[in-house]
Write a protein that binds this ligand. Structure first.
Ligand code: TXE
Length: 494
């Protein structure tokens, strides 16, 4: 079954540039492991600095010499629409590629990720001609125009948790605004992005306007960010790597960066929440979806003491129903952890948390007997506010539980020293909800729901060390444009 699955899904062999999938003469190769099985399923070239130069220079030339930036915005939009259509037509293959290479279950990719990226491409296509500059209030013999222009070549570094969605977040607004883009996907999940770029080329994008360079973060990723012809960098990943990228961009630019980074998002549940079962399901899904490997995972439950016990019972019931397994089985409801290294990191934080006094209510270890790494959904009841599991982003299916007796205590516990990505408030009391929205220092607040939707108009991004700038929404589009100030002087009298 497994071999058949792999045989029927040819893997793109290299970087994508000059309209083709190809490798460089001096590339060295690394093994790429299937997270579901732990087995090597492909080799990936690691671009040297010379290879990065070649690919970026090709994009730079294409952005200047092709008509991509200057053609009518509605014509650019047509290419993005056609790209969306080709994604739709090739969704079976694309979804299989994503499922083999990442932690995303095939049925979820088909039901969520693919429709999501199609919709994202269309959303930014629609924005292509719905922006403009303005005329400034200048002296009467001057005409002052502020016009918006693309940056040139945008460099993008993407993570492994939602490879297709993250690539689309970066590519669609950059392209709609008339930029070229070069993406370096995570070395753990490189191939679906290559195919996404190929489909954009097939849709009519000029050659080299969307290139993909494969390689490691330290070598290839760093070379991409530092390249003098990259005028802007957009990144999603860890806070630590985001800081390194920002430093590199400061030293070699300076050039602007958009950073979508880590989180430790609270889910605050009041006793007046309308439907306890429905709320418990929302909370459970928000920490077990993609096995907790989601930047906005609702990883800290902060719950009113009077409903804590029945709520925990509901969570446990849901957690115990989840079934780990390879991503291409329809019965799989718990994703693999992306790598053994990530799984060990999760285990290490859980172990340290227990040693510091946390009480494990369920889970706490990896499932045995699988090739890939599967971590059991875990509930940790915690009293000590300094506990490591409350402080660090775990990026696994691990939910901490703290209880409160007053509203003030709920908001105080929700605050995180470092992160401010998202938060959920579950309450039927509108006044309380409004107080929470004002109090929480985070980039997104979800009320009586949790997580992003298909409403691409809603930007996403963090406060504090969770990031700078936004993905999605009009803000993401505008972040791909810079302003030119034009002052024109004329004689008022003949
Ligand atoms: O992330 P990195 P890792 C968090 C999560 C996880 C931790 C570590 O907590 O446990 O990060 O994961 C590229 N210059 N998130 O190590 O390093 C790298 O090749 C340029 C949250 O995988 O941030 C990859 O493409 N690029 C997150 C990308 O950065 C560099 C999603 C992400 O890798 C680079 C993933 C460098 N110096 C992990 N170093 C989220 N916000 O959703 C690495 N890279």
């Amino acid at each position: 079954m497994e071999e058949q699955y792999l045989e029927n899904t040819p893997i793109p062999k290299g970087h994508f540039y000059h309209g083709e999938c190809q490798t460089g003469d001096h590339d060295v190769y690394m093994d790429v492991i299937c997270p579901s099985t732990g087995a090597v399923y492909a080799k990936m070239p690691i671009a040297t600095k010379e290879m990065v130069n070649l690919i970026v220079e090709a994009s730079y030339a294409a952005q200047r010499n092709s008509d991509w930036a200057t053609r009518a915005p509605r014509e650019r939009a047509k290419v993005l629409y056609q790209w969306a259509t080709l994604i739709e037509q090739n969704q079976t293959y694309l979804a299989r590629l994503e499922a083999i290479g990442s932690s995303r279950p095939l049925h979820e990719v088909l039901a969520w990720d693919i429709p999501y990226i199609i919709d994202t491409a269309r959303f930014f296509a629609e924005l292509a001609d719905k922006h403009g500059g303005y005329i400034g209030a200048t002296q009467s013999n001057h005409l002052g125009m502020v016009i918006r222009e693309p940056y040139g070549v945008v460099g993008a570094i993407t993570p492994w948790n939602f490879p297709l969605s993250m690539a689309m977040w970066k590519a669609a607004p950059a392209l709609a605004a008339g930029n070229a883009i070069v993406i370096k996907p995570s070395e753990l999940t490189p191939f679906s992005t290559v195919y996404l770029a190929k489909l954009a080329f097939d849709a009519g994008l000029p050659s080299d306007i969307f290139n993909v360079v494969l390689g490691s973060g330290r070598e290839t990723g760093a070379a991409l960010c530092e390249h003098p012809q990259i005028n802007k960098v957009t990144f999603t990943g860890s806070t630590q790597t985001g800081s390194s990228i920002m430093s590199a961009c400061a030293l070699t630019g300076p050039k602007p960066v958009t950073l979508e980074l880590g989180g430790k998002s609270p889910q605050i549940v009041f006793a007046d929440t309308k439907d306890l079962e429905r709320t418990a399901l929302t909370i459970a899904k928000a920490i077990t979806g993609n096995a907790g490997q989601v930047c906005v995972s609702g990883s800290r439950l902060i719950i009113e003491k009077s409903i804590e016990s029945p709520f925990i019972a509901l969570l446990k019931k849901y957690f115990e129903q989840l079934s780990p397994g390879v991503t291409w089985h329809s019965s799989t409801t718990l994703s693999p952890i992306i790598s053994q290294q990530q799984a060990q990191r999760i285990q290490s934080i859980v172990d340290q948390s227990l040693a510091q006094g946390a009480e494990c209510l369920c889970g706490g270890t990896m499932f045995e007997g699988f090739g890939g790494a599967y971590f059991a959904p875990t509930l940790l009841k915690i009293q000590d506010e300094q506990n490591i599991a409350l402080e660090q982003e775990i990026f696994g299916p691990v939910l901490t539980i703290q209880s409160f007796e007053s509203e003030d205590e709920a908001w105080r516990l929700s605050r995180h020293e470092v992160y401010g990505l998202a938060a959920g408030i579950h309450s039927a009391n509108l006044d309380r909800v409004m107080r929470g929205i004002r109090t929480l220092e985070v980039g997104s607040v979800w009320v009586n729901r949790y997580g992003r939707s298909f409403d691409h108009i809603m930007p996403t991004g963090g406060y504090k060390k969770s990031g700078i700038g936004k993905d999605i929404g009009v803000e993401a589009f505008e972040a791909n444009l810079r302003s030119k100030s034009v002052l024109l002087e004329f004689e008022e009298k003949i």
